[in-house]
Design a protein around this ligand. Sequence first.
Ligand code: 4NP
Length: 158
Amino acid sequence: MIKVLFVCLGNICRSPTAEGVFHAKLASAGLTHVVSVDSCGTGHWHVGKPPDERACNEAMMRGLSIDTLRARQLEDSDLMTFDYILAMDQDNLDVLMSRRPADCQAHIGLLLDFAETPAVREVPDPYYGGREGFAYAYELIESASDGLIAHLRTRHEV
Ligand code: 4NP
């Protein structure tokens, strides 16, 4: 199993959206038996909570339900368990790199490095903004998810 983990700050806006979008794309591609997906936050504030209502609404408008997901915080063991650990922005990538054990084998990087719009490298935090921020985040995540699936197909021949 190739294990993918998406990481943001609160695990209630961007990374649960990425988990839901990517899981749906894996299902469409017939890859759920070879690739698994999870998400977490570097912060602790929202542990146990469902995704933000605005993230749920954005997903629902596009035919995706993410409201059964629950926030959890990044654990040290994640850095040894997952194969791809993909941060939504540079701050969260910095946290991952600072907690990375010397013998870590995972690919740790930015989700948008797999996107078709390489000019944008970070998914902006939509938490303090309006609905447009959630729509923009969703579109960036969707584009990168397609690129990530293409990468996994080529790199791992799945
Ligand atoms: P996320 O968004 O990292 O995409 O889940 C945020 C959620 C909550 C907070 C910040 C960002 N917060 O400060 O509580």
